[in-house]
Write a protein that binds this ligand. Structure first.
Ligand SMILES: [Zn+2]
Length: 426
C-alpha cells in the first residue's frame, strides 16, 4: 500500500513534527500530492509511489541537502521537510501553489492566456532569472519540462515545482527527464544532465512559451504515423533538426499543424530569432558548442520587453524599434516622443513605460530584472512628460536629487545619474 488516507498522521524527519493528511489533491506518474495540516498550516505533501525511486537512500540524501540549502528564490516551491519512511516509501512537504497560478501546459493548449505580450515576456524573464540563480548556486535542474511550471497569467510570476529532482553539480538524481525537453546529448546517452543540458531545456521552454510549438517538431515528426521509441531517439537525439534551421529545410512547419509557429515566428525580433537559431543549431545540439547563456537570454528578453508598447492610437500592443514606425495592428504612425538611453538599452519613452535596474546597470545577479527603477508619467493635460523614481536609488540630475516617489521633467538632453550610470533622454 502506498496511498495515504484522510486523517493519517505522518512523522517528519529530524524532529520536525507531524503532519495530518486532509485529502488527495492529485496524482502523477511518480507519486501523489496531498493537502496536509502542518502545525495548523495547510501545505502540500508529495508522496512517492512505492518502487518509483531507484535508490531511496541516495534520493533522500539529495533532498535533505536541498532542504538545508533552502530555495534559491521565491519562485521555487522548494522541499521544506521530508517524512520518515512508511511502507518502503516517503514524501516531502512544500508550500501550496496559490490559486492564481496555472499549469504551463494550460498555456500551451490555449486553455489559459497571458493578459498581454509584456506579461508573457515577463514570465520568460522570470523563468530565465530563476534558472540563473539556481545554476549560480551550483544546482542543475535535470528534469525541466512543462509539468514543472506554474505561471500567473496576470503578473507573469513563475512558480517552479518538482524540485526534488534538482541536484548540485556532479550529483545525479537518477531522473532522466522527458525526451522532448532533454538535450540531444542526454537523449543519446553521451552526457549526463548538467548546467549546459539544462540550458538546452530552458531554450525549449522559452520557445514553447513564445512560439507555442516545439522547436524540433515540424514536417519530420509529423509525417509518419506512430512515434516509436526509435523515432523519438532519432528526432530528439541522434539527428535533431530545428523547425527554422537556416541551413537545413528538412523539418519545416506543416500548414494546418504548426500554425502557431507560422503566425508567431515572424513576429519575433531578429535577436530573439537568432538566439533560438543558435540554441537549436547542430553545433550546439550535436557538437556541444556553447549554448545561449542565461545572461544573454535576459539581455534579449529585457530588450524585447522594453520595445513592446501600447499604441496610443488603437490601444493594442505593438513593437516600437525606430522613430515613427507604424503600429503593427492599426498601421497608423506612432508619434515619437524620445528614448531613455541607458549605457546598455534604448527604451522608447511612452506613458506608463517602466524600466528596471537591469536596464540601467546590466547586472542580473540580485533580481535586478524585477527591481523597479523608473516609470514614464504624464501630467493630466498630457503636455509634460516626467520620469517617476520607483526604485530605492536616489537619482541626481543637474544638481538636484530625485528620491523614490519623486519625479523629474524630461526633455531631449536630460541626463540622470542612477547608481553610477548615466541615463540620457535622446
Ligand atoms: Zn495601433
Amino acid at each position: 500500500m502506498s496511498e495515504l488516507n484522510t486523517g493519517m498522521k505522518i512523522e517528519l524527519d529530524d524532529g520536525m513534527g507531524t503532519i495530518e493528511i486532509i485529502r488527495k489533491l492529485g496524482e502523477g506518474g511518480q507519486g501523489y500530492v496531498y493537502l496536509v495540516d502542518y502545525l495548523g498550516k495547510q501545505m502540500a505533501l508529495k508522496w512517492y509511489k512505492k518502487g518509483t525511486i531507484k535508490d531511496i537512500d541516495i534520493f533522500r540524501k539529495n533532498l535533505q541537502n536541498n532542504i538545508r540549502e533552502k530555495a534559491p528564490t521565491k519562485s521555487f516551491l522548494w522541499p521544506i521537510a521530508i517524512t520518515r519512511i512508511y511502507y518502503d516509501t516517503f514524501g516531502y512537504i512544500m508550500n501550496l501553489r496559490p490559486a492564481d497560478y496555472y499549469d504551463f501546459s494550460d498555456f500551451l493548449i490555449g486553455k489559459t492566456e497571458f493578459s498581454d505580450v509584456r506579461t508573457m515576456i515577463d514570465a520568460a524573464i522570470n523563468i530565465v532569472d530563476s534558472f540563473r540563480v539556481l545554476h549560480n548556486k551550483g544546482f542543475s535542474y535535470q528534469d525541466l519540462n512543462d509539468g514543472n511550471f506554474f505561471l500567473n497569467p496576470q503578473t507573469g510570476d513563475v512558480l517552479i515545482c518538482d524540485n526534488d529532482n534538482v541536484s548540485q553539480f556532479g550529483e545525479k538524481s537518477g531522473i532522466a527527464g522527458k525526451c522532448r525537453y532533454m538535450a540531444p546529448s542526454v537523449v543519446v546517452g553521451r552526457k549526463t544532465p548538467d548546467k549546459r543540458t539544462d540550458q538546452f531545456s530552458l531554450a525549449v521552454v522559452l520557445f514553447l512559451l513564445l512560439i507555442r510549438n516545439h522547436p524540433l517538431e515540424g514536417e519530420q515528426t509529423q509525417s509518419k504515423a506512430v512515434m516509436t521509441e526509435q523515432r523519438q531517439k532519432r528526432y530528439y537525439g541522434e539527428a535533431p533538426v530545428f523547425i527554422a534551421d537556416p541551413k537545413d529545410a528538412s523539418n519545416r512547419p506543416v500548414k494546418g499543424v504548426h500554425n502557431n509557429f507560422i503566425t508567431r515566428w515572424p513576429q519575433m525580433p531578429d535577436y530573439i530569432k537568432n538566439a533560438f537559431i543558435k540554441s537549436f543549431s547542430k553545433e550546439v545540439m550535436c557538437d556541444d558548442k556553447m549554448p545561449v547563456s542565461e545572461k544573454e537570454w535576459l539581455q534579449y528578453l529585457m530588450r524585447f520587453r522594453a520595445e513592446v508598447i501600447v499604441c496610443p492610437e488603437c490601444g493594442k500592443e505593438t513593437r516600437y524599434t525606430a522613430e515613427n514606425v507604424p503600429c503593427i495592428c492599426c498601421r497608423k504612425p506612432i508619434a515619437h516622443i524620445g528614448w531613455i538611453q541607458t549605457p546598455y538599452y534604448r527604451i522608447p519613452v511612452f506613458p506608463k513605460q517602466k524600466f528596471t535596474m537591469a536596464h540601467v546597470t546590466d547586472c542580473y545577479d540580485n533580481n535586478e530584472c524585477r527591481t523597479p527603477a523608473g516609470k514614464v508619467v504624464q501630467n493630466k493635460t498630457k503636455t509634460k512628460i516626467a520620469l517617476l523614481n520607483e526604485g530605492s536609488e536616489v537619482w541626481t540630475s543637474g544638481g538636484s536629487t530625485i528620491a523614490n516617489g519623486e519625479r523629474i521633467l524630461i526633455q531631449k538632453g536630460t541626463k540622470i545619474k542612477i547608481k553610477n550610470e548615466t541615463v540620457e533622454i535622446k
